[in-house]
Design a binder for this molecule. Structure first.
Ligand code: CMC
Length: 423
């Protein structure tokens, strides 16, 4: 691939190109401002590459998602979440001994400092679990203040403790005693145990739920430079510590246009159900420019054909509900909404398809996860991706502090008017 030429007020600038492994082309404009004084303006960064990355590949036109070269469909079918964490963070699938050592660390770092439990007492029971999760993750930096000096150890601490923190926040919100992690259980089974076991009662982790949770976490594990991941890289670029950077990512994920959409999808489906199941009315509302309503769980900045994660989840939602013998009318509403929207000119023209958040909530519900807690599950899944991206940014010699420019549109210089003369 050759160079690109930019002409600005008669000045011609040759810009080098960068070509990725999958033939994606980027025009390197690093010298643009120095040479011309101009900057680029790209609202929402739809055309801007912020880094080179070897972690995740997406082809939005073809509906392709790969972690480190492995197809999401194969990983979802065959890999454990622990393997995927290792793959994303270390770049290769682990050999048996590497995986055993990794899982051992994931297990033995799962306990939190006992004093941390007191922090939970400061939150009202109504606190949104994403606010609690983000606070608790950044609070880990107070217990491990030198996180950036021993990065690998702190990565394992974070991965191991995050499910414990999430489960404690759930238990606190419903007034139940905290359930401690168990070292004989897998990462996913242990999380379900901490969430749903009640002291003095027998609790056995359902293999159906365990499998479903593993799949959900794998499907959410990374998604290249999305809003929360870019936030993590942004915070990390100032050399902020791992916990601070990831807490920033949790906050970004919380928004309803991003991971928070999974909560909103479920609320939307419940609203349609309560409103007499008239899903066509809601498709019309979503199309109406004067109505702020959007079909939650629909549309994606990158996927313009289908979201491969949504395709898998639609099938798995059916399977899980079948296996558990649950009949959830919201699943039928979701399918009807999808069918009607996909036949509608508005959605076809704009290439709007169900995204990962459209069917995930149906499965979380079947698992007994409350709606307000859905985005926490997304965060637990995304953790290895954020960590891998944070580490890649930190280790790359090309990383500088992330500092975009702007086009100023405010007033020009004007004299200060003292208060008594302002009327
Ligand atoms: N319902 C109705 N219209 C929509 C929707 C929707 N869900 N999404 C996009 N549009 C329309 C939008 O109004 C615009 O129409 P027009 O060109 O006439 O103005 C056009 O489609 C393009 O939309 P956009 O907002 O410019 O697209 P974007 O790439 O900036 O936003 C999005 C992507 C995901 C934020 C958006 O599709 C959306 O708000 N979807 C609903 C929220 C959601 O499900 N988010 C989860 C995303 S996937 C998981 C994740 O990232 O965490």
């Amino acid at each position: 691939m050759g160079t690109a030429k930019l002409t600005l007020d008669g000045q011609v600038l040759e810009l080098p190109t960068v070509v990725g492994t999958e033939d994606e082309v980027g025009i390197d404009i690093s010298k643009l401002r120095k040479e011309t004084g101009a900057i680029t303006l790209d609202y929402g960064y739809g055309n801007t590459g912020s880094c080179e990355s070897a972690i995740t590949f997406i082809d939005g036109e073809k509906g392709i998602l790969r972690y480190r070269g492995y197809a999401i469909e194969e990983l979802a079918e065959q890999a454990t979440f622990a393997e995927v964490c290792y793959l994303l963070i270390h770049g290769e699938l682990p050999e048996r001994s590497q995986l055993d050592a990794f899982v051992q660390k994931l297990t033995y770092h799962s306990m939190i400092h006992e004093d941390m439990k007191k922090l939970f007492e400061g939150f009202p029971p109504t606190a949104h679990p994403m606010a609690v999760l983000s606070s608790m993750i950044v609070s880990l930096a107070t217990y491990y203040p030198h996180a950036n000096e021993n990065v690998d150890l702190n990565i394992m601490r974070l991965l191991a403790k995050a499910p414990t923190l999430a489960a404690i926040s759930y238990k606190k919100s419903i007034g139940q005693p905290v359930v401690y992690p168990r070292n004989d259980l897998s990462y996913t089974a242990n999380f379900l145990h901490m969430m749903f076991a009640v002291p003095a009662e027998e609790y056995t982790v359902s293999p159906v739920l365990d499998r479903a949770l593993n799949l959900l976490l794998v499907l959410h594990a990374d998604h290249e430079q999305n809003c929360s991941t870019s936030t993590v890289r942004m915070v990390g670029s100032s050399d902020a510590n791992l916990y601070a950077s990831i807490a920033g990512g949790v906050c970004a994920l919380w928004g309803p246009l991003h991971g928070g959409a999974n909560q909103r999808v479920m609320e939307m489906l419940a609203r349609i159900y309560e409103d007499g199941n008239d899903y066509r009315k809601y498709v019309d509302k979503a199309k109406d420019r004067n109505d702020p309503f959007r079909l939650m769980g629909f549309g994606h900045r990158v996927y313009k054909n289908f979201d491969p994660r949504a395709k898998i989840l639609k099938r798995v939602a059916d399977e899980v509900l079948d296996e558990l013998g649950i009949d959830n009318p919201l699943l039928d509403i979701a399918k009807n909404l999808e069918r009607v929207a996909l036949e509608d000119e508005y959605f076809i023209e704009r290439k709007l398809y169900p995204n990962v958040d459209f069917y995930s909530g149906i499965i979380y519900s079947a698992m007994g996860i409350p709606t307000r807690f859905f985005t926490v599950l997304f965060a637990l899944g995304r953790l290895p991706g954020w960590i891998a991206q944070w580490k890649e940014g930190r280790d790359s010699p090309k990383t500088r502090i992330n500092r975009p420019r702007q086009i100023y549109t405010g007033p020009k210089l004007r004299p200060y008017v003292p208060l008594d003369r302002r009327g």
